[in-house]
Design a protein around this ligand. Sequence first.
Ligand code: FE2
Ligand code: FE2
Length: 279
Amino acid sequence: MAEEKEHVGMNKTGVQMSPLETKAMQSDDNIITRVHPGDETQAAVLRQAYIAEGDGLGSIPVPGTMKGMVSMGLNLLKGDKPQILLDKLAERLAMERSATRLYDALLTKLAVMTEGRASINLEQVAAIRGDEARHAVMLAEAIASMGGDPTAMTPSADLVGVEGMGLVQVLNDPRTSLAQSLHALLTAELSDGVGWETLIALADEHEQADMVTQFSLALQQERKHQVMIQTWYEEAVGLSDAARARADHGSTAAARGVVAGMTEMGVGAAPVAPPGSTS
Ligand SMILES: [Fe+2]
Ligand SMILES: [Fe+2]
C-alpha cells in the first residue's frame, strides 16, 4: 500500500495531455454548435412535473405508545409542533450513528497507515468515536422520552443519510489517503455543529430544558472534534505551522465579522457556550 497517495502520475484527464487534438477541436468550425448544443428547458420542464407531484421524503410516524400519543396530542393542542422536534432529533441520531461508523472506518485505515500521521493518534480518534456513539444513545433516549420511536426513519433522518453517502464512500474506499479521509470527516463535523445548534434552539423553543443542557454539552464536544480534525487535516496536506497560524487568524477575524453582523441584524445566538470555551 502506498503511503503517499497524492502523487504525480499518468493522469490523462485534462486537455493539456492532448495539445494537437485540443487545438483542432478549438479551431473546428462547428465549435459554436458543440459549445451551445441547445438549452435545458425541456429537461427542467420534465423535472418540474415530478416536483409538482412529489409528496416529500416520507412522514413522521404517529407515536406507537399510548403515552406518546397523549403527549403528542397535548402538545398539538397547545399549538406546538412536536413532530418537528422529533424529526430533528431523528436527523441528529442518524448523523451521530453515521459519524460513529465514519470514525470506525478511520480507525481501520489508521491501523495500516503507519507513516506520515503527524499528531493524529488512535486514542484520540477512538475517543471522538466514543463521543459520537454516546450522542446517538442520548438522542435515542430523548426521542423515547417524547414517546417517539428511535428506530423510525423520519424525513430529515432520510435526508442526512443520503447526504452522508458520499462521506461513507470516501472513508471506506481503500484508495483514499489520510488527508482525503480527514477532508470528508471535516465536512461531517462542520455540518454536525450547525445541526446541533439548530436542535438546541428547537429544544429550547419546546421548553425541553434537560435536552438543551445535554445537547449543549454535546455541541461543545463536537466543536473540539472539528478543531482536532481540521488540525490533523492541515498537517496531512503538509500545511506549515506558519500558514496554519495565518489561517487561524483569518478565520477568527471572519468569525468575529459574522457574529457582529448577526448582532446588527438582531439575530440571537444559540444557548450554548461560545467556541473556545469548551473544556
Ligand atoms: Fe457528531
Ligand atoms: Fe463529531
